[in-house]
Design a protein around this ligand. Structure first.
Ligand SMILES: Cc1cc2nc3c(=O)[nH]c(=O)nc-3n(C[C@H](O)[C@H](O)[C@H](O)COP(=O)(O)O)c2cc1C
Length: 292
């Protein structure tokens, strides 16, 4: 896959499942990341073609739960993100999905305690053999491992999401590497794509919260009303039999940002137990809820 000049949907836990990825792509995202999936989980999965949906499912043995669902339409743009603390296991996990996705990414940025205490995510940044207080040096070492691109979120582990992303520091990484760098942090409007490109000197940009709150951020013509985007997300969730927890979580995030969970809609989303409830709530009963 080519990583230059791309608009990228960032990895987002519980959000970046198939319907959300397809939504972002429809609005203009060139590359769409899936949510982080831990290698331990993926190595317990079997690949199955889902006849009813026309999807490829990675299903956990024993529980039968769908850990990752993808489809042909996104094969050339979906990135599978692995959470790992072990190279051998990460490779095993990558081998399971690699034929069905465009690329595999290793999460080296997540600061959440679940990731870090398991030696994953941002903990990889401080592995004894990788200790560098210089981000540029670390990026150079990562480049030397043979990766084809590097996405850099311009925050430190201890920074909060409301702290401004440091685009200048991303620029230092861009200037030091020859592989494509994907700049990430604080893109909330379509115009910000150009601003961060200029500030960092790279041509590819990744966006998380801006897309979560309104996936049409990728539209060059400007954002659509978030209510329309939400309805399309609900429709796609139903069509692809999305995990109800993922649909609820994503809707909750959208509603929290634009409205309030205290109002009737928010309360009804919280109470929903199935996609049928969600379909009823949004007047989408005419979409057949396909259940496996
Ligand atoms: C709801 C949510 C879930 C996230 N999940 C992941 C994840 O699974 N893997 C990851 O590497 N980063 C994850 N992140 C971090 C984002 O990918 C991104 O690096 C960060 O939010 C900064 O981008 P932004 O300023 O556009 O939000 C998540 C962020 C949010 C808001």
């Amino acid at each position: 896959m080519e990583y230059r000049n791309k608009l990228v949907l960032a990895p987002m836990v519980r959000v970046g499942t198939l319907p959300f990825r397809l939504l972002a792509a429809e609005y203009g995202a060139d590359i769409t990341y899936g949510e982080e999936i831990i290698d331990h989980k993926l190595v317990k999965c079997d690949r199955r073609f889902n006849e009813k949906l026309g999807s490829v499912d990675f299903v956990e043995r024993g529980t039968g739960s769908v850990v990752f669902r993808t489809c042909d339409a996104e094969k050339n743009r979906v990135v599978f993100q692995i959470g790992t603390s072990n190279a051998v296991r990460a490779l095993k996990a990558a081998e399971i999905v690699c034929k069905d996705v465009a690329a595999v990414d290793i999460n080296m940025g997540c600061p959440k305690s679940f990731s870090v205490s398991g030696g994953m995510g941002a903990a990889l940044l401080t592995k004894p053999d990788l200790i560098h207080d210089d981000t540029v040096e670390l990026a150079r070492r990562i480049e030397k491992t043979g990766v084809t691109a590097l996405a850099v979120h311009g925050r430190k582990v201890e920074d909060r999401p409301r702290d401004p992303a440091k685009w200048r520091e991303i620029a230092d990484v861009v200037a030091s590497l020859s592989i494509p760098v994907i700049a990430n942090g604080d893109v909330f409007e379509y115009e910000d794509f150009q601003r961060i490109k200029v500030a960092t000197g790279t041509s590819s940009v990744m966006v998380a919260r801006g897309a979560l709150w309104n996936a049409s951020i990728f539209c060059p013509k400007g954002k659509l009303p978030w209510e329309d985007v939400k309805r399309e997300y609900v429709r796609k969730s139903i069509l692809w039999d999305n995990d109800i927890k993922s649909t609820k979580h994503t809707l909750r995030e959208m509603i929290t940002h634009h409205s309030s969970l205290e109002l009737a809609e928010g309360k009804a989303v919280i109470k929903s137990e199935s996609l049928i409830d969600i379909a009823r709530l949004y007047g989408a009963e005419n979409y057949e809820v396909v259940q496996n």
